[in-house]
Every structure is written in C-alpha cells, then in structure tokens.
Design a protein around this ligand. Sequence first.
Ligand code: KG4
Ligand code: ZN
Length: 338
Amino acid sequence: MTVNILAIESSCDETSASVISDGKVLNNIIATQSVHEKYGGVVPELASRAHQQHLIPVVNEALSQSGISKEQLSAVGFTRGPGLMGALLVGGSFAKSFAFALDLPLIEVNHMEAHVLAHFIEDPMPSFPFICLTVSGGHTQLVLVTDYLEMKVIGETLDDAVGEAFDKTAKLLGLPYPGGPFMDKLAQQGNPKAFDFPISSMKELNFSFSGIKTAVLYFLRERLQEDAEFVEKRKADICASVQYTLIQMLLIKLKKAADQYGIKEIAIAGGVSANKGLRDALSLLSGNLGWNTYIPRLEYCTDNAAMIAMAAHFKYQKGLFCPLDISPLAKMKIGIHE
Ligand code: KG4
Ligand code: ZN
C-alpha cells in the first residue's frame, strides 16, 4: 500500500505543508510571513497569529495539489522543535487534531534533523557517513550523519547563529529584514578584501559569530565620523568583506571536521546555504580537497515542509510514532529517537 504523509512546518516565520508519497515529495507549499519586515526581526506573537491564519489554506493547497485525499493519508508529521514556542504550538496542535480526527498516526520531527534530511528529497544524495554544515537564522551546526536518523552534533555556535550575524550586520547597514539575501546580492558587486574583520576562533569544532556584529558596529562608527556617506558609498564592499569573513569562519571548521573524521562527503543545509558566496567558496574548496559536496535546491534550504515530510517518511518506515499528548520543544537535541 502507498504511504502518504502530510507534513507541517511552523517553527519560525514560514507556514508550510507538504505531501510525500512513498518517499517522493509531491509538493512544498510555503506561506512566508511578511508581517515581520517592518520590525526588523521575527516577532514571536505575530508569527503565531500568522501561522493560525495561513495553516488551513496552506494544508488545503498541499492536499488538493497532490491529488491525495485526507482519507488516503497514512500519517501526519509536524515540527516539534526547536523553534518559537507559540509558533510550534499552532502547527503541533493542528497536526494533533488532524491526526486525532482521522485516526492517523502522528510523527514528531526535529527541525534541525529535517534540514539535514532535505538532502534526500532529490538527487544527488550524499552517502553515509557525511558531514552536514547546517547554517540558519537560529543555528550553526556541524553534524556527523551516519544514517537517516542517526546523527550527532560535532560542533556548533556558542553564541549567535551565522544567519543572525548576516541579519544583524545588514540591519547596521540599513538593509531590510531578513538581511542575509540582501547582503548576498550586494556582496556580488563588492570586493571581499576591501576591509578586514576579525576571524574569531573557538575551541575544537565550535563557532562564535557574536563578535563580528560588534566589530562591524565600531568599524562603521569610526568610518562614519570621517565620512557621513561612507556606508552609502561602500555598501557593496562592506557586505562582501563581512560575508567573506563569515564564510572563512564556516569553512575553516568544516575543513577541520572533514580532516578529523576523514570524510569527503560534505553537505550544507539551512537558509544561509542559499548564499552564493558560500556556495562558490565551497565548490572551490571541494575541487581542491577532492570532496563531494551536496547543496539542496534553494526552496529546500530555507524553512519548508518538504524536509519535514522527508524526515517523517524515514520515521514512518521505522514505526517511530508519537502519542497525541506530546508537547512542542523550543530547544531540542538532534539524533535522539526512542
Ligand atoms: O533556515 P532558515 O530559513 O530559517 C531558520 O531556521 O532560521 O534560515 C533563515 C536565515 C536568515 O538569517 C536569512 O538571512 C538567511 O537564512 N539567509 C541568507 C540567505 N538566504 C537566507 N543568508 C545569506 N545569504 C543568503 N542568500
Ligand atoms: Zn530552519
């Protein structure tokens, strides 16, 4: 019998639903919340309300586009965490009610594991073991992946996520939120060596991205005293230089992890893996080091329910269902499946 799963993602500011049939993702419907733009960051309460508004239309669209009726579903998957508690509650409560009403098994999914499993939505797929650098607005992790549901964090940020570093720098430059994609665009016209920013190095395979925001703040203050037009005149160079520094920090640790574990199968995931500078730098490094690198398509890099569906599919195959009284988790470790 065909296994059809409806999956829901609501951990942050994207409301998304996807239908997967025997491991093949049929669609990936995403409603992005523009309400946060004017606040320069995600407002949790507004995110919950927007999920509440978008969820049913998004689920209806995913089901009708897939041609699979509610009665033909085999299970419901949803993001349990990590994420914003209110946002997770909206998606989780919907998934539970839906599963209860249709008497379907429920599958909880860890959002960070799902970012890694986005690599199995379509070819080319990495082979095990591989290392995945997951870079998003909330996380920066190096993950050792030995099987679909066997993974462990071998390095992570001790403060800000790299996406936050992009977004906070962009804010200092007066760019809209989220600033990462705007910095990426501007950086393509700038000189990455125009200005030097410090590369912070943490012990072992860990990262730190909070220092760069302060470094950029002081740098801009000093330059703006000399020339009030400095940011306007040199925006592309500033973006390119900050981006270059952030990419170096990521790649130094990625290389260290690959060497330490003797692994040449390298993947990147999460919103920041959409960054052109990172993609190009990684391709170059891979060529030099003989790595096989895997970068998902853009729509599977940023938050989406297709990756939740993929994770739910692997959990379904192992019979990993959860009870209806399960609660969301704002913080959630990866690789633990009882
Ligand atoms: O994975 P994601 O969609 O959501 C989280 O789970 O956080 O990642 C969002 C982050 C934001 O910080 C955004 O600025 C960043 O990914 N981002 C980028 C690019 N596209 C998205 N950062 C740099 N360059 C990009 N092209
Ligand atoms: Zn994410």
